[in-house]
Design a protein around this ligand. Structure first.
Ligand SMILES: *[C@@H]1O[C@H](CO)[C@@H](O)[C@H](O)[C@H]1NC(C)=O
Length: 267
């Protein structure tokens, strides 16, 4: 019985997602269990969730563009719509063969972002699927990779996404004007099409809208924070794999660092 329940809860891309651009470059296959996005010199591709959510835990497994992925950007993010939007981003900036991906994260609250943190993966993100997770509750946002917290953004005392429902989005597109080594390394179109793979999407989240059937059997995410082990691991990630942190970029904020940077325990 619990197996049936777990299977029913695991996402199906046909049920959960709409292809938003790229036509046949986005493919759902294997009975809705797998989705691939591709990019060629005419277009990238992308999809978005059918539902909107207000808080939840969102898991996606991704296998990134292998080989020479310079110029490509693969994404998995949450966003509200309209002016003053909220957004919680994972973006994966490709690189030339043998050079590491950059895992880029950002948070927008009421239209304002400028909260980038970037990381190197401690694994080859193109060799196998890894699980990328956004936990979004009323107290904080947590970014995780394979259940290891890499970033925490606390709500206390700062603008925070807490009123606008968000959809899940994913895309693969060309950004060779800025993505790789500051735009110096361009997409090698002789290697196209580029392909990234997605599977095992799971939203354990508050659905908003007319058919808000609950996907909320396990509400652990709603109070999720970091325990002692989680704090040790995030310190390990930050010490070894963080390559950019807006909270230490004084030259960017001459009038002073944003307030959340002063209270954050994980600088
Ligand atoms: C690509 O590799 C170079 C050299 O290792 C590195 O400086 C850069 O940050 C990497 N990532 C991107 C997205 O350029």
């Amino acid at each position: 019985m619990s197996c049936l329940l777990a299977a029913a809860l695991a996402g199906n891309f046909y049920d959960d997602m709409d292809i938003t651009f790229g036509n046949q470059r986005a493919k759902i296959f294997n009975n809705g269990q797998d989705l691939s996005l591709s990019l060629d010199h005419f277009s990238g591709s992308g999809f978005q969730s059918k539902h909107e959510y207000l808080f939840g835990r969102f898991d996606m497994q991704l296998k990134l563009v292998p080989g020479n992925s310079a110029g490509t950007v693969t994404t998995f993010y949450l966003s509200s719509q309209g002016a003053g939007h909220d957004e919680i981003d994972f973006e994966f900036l490709g690189n030339s063969s043998g050079n590491p991906y950059t895992i880029h994260t950002n948070v927008y609250a009421q239209g304002k972002g400028d909260k980038e943190q970037q990381f190197r993966p401690w694994f080859d993100p193109t060799a196998a699927f890894h699980t990328y997770t956004i936990v979004w509750n009323s107290q904080r946002i947590i970014f995780l990779i394979d259940n290891i917290s890499i970033r925490v953004f606390e709500a206390s005392g700062v603008p925070f996404p807490n009123r606008q429902p968000m959809r899940v989005y994913a895309s693969l597109w060309n950004a060779d004007d800025w993505a790789t080594q500051g735009g110096r390394v361009k997409t090698d179109w002789t290697k196209a099409p580029f392909t990234a793979s997605y599977r095992k999407f799971n939203a354990n989240a508050n659905k908003v809208g007319p058919d808000q059937t609950s996907e909320n059997n396990n509400q652990a995410w709603s109070t999720q924070g970091l325990d002692a082990a989680g704090r040790n691991r995030i310190r390990w990630v930050h010490a070894n794999y963080m390559i950019y942190n807006y909270c230490t970029d004084n030259s960017r904020f001459p009038a002073g660092l944003p307030p959340e940077c002063k209270t954050s325990k994980f600088l």
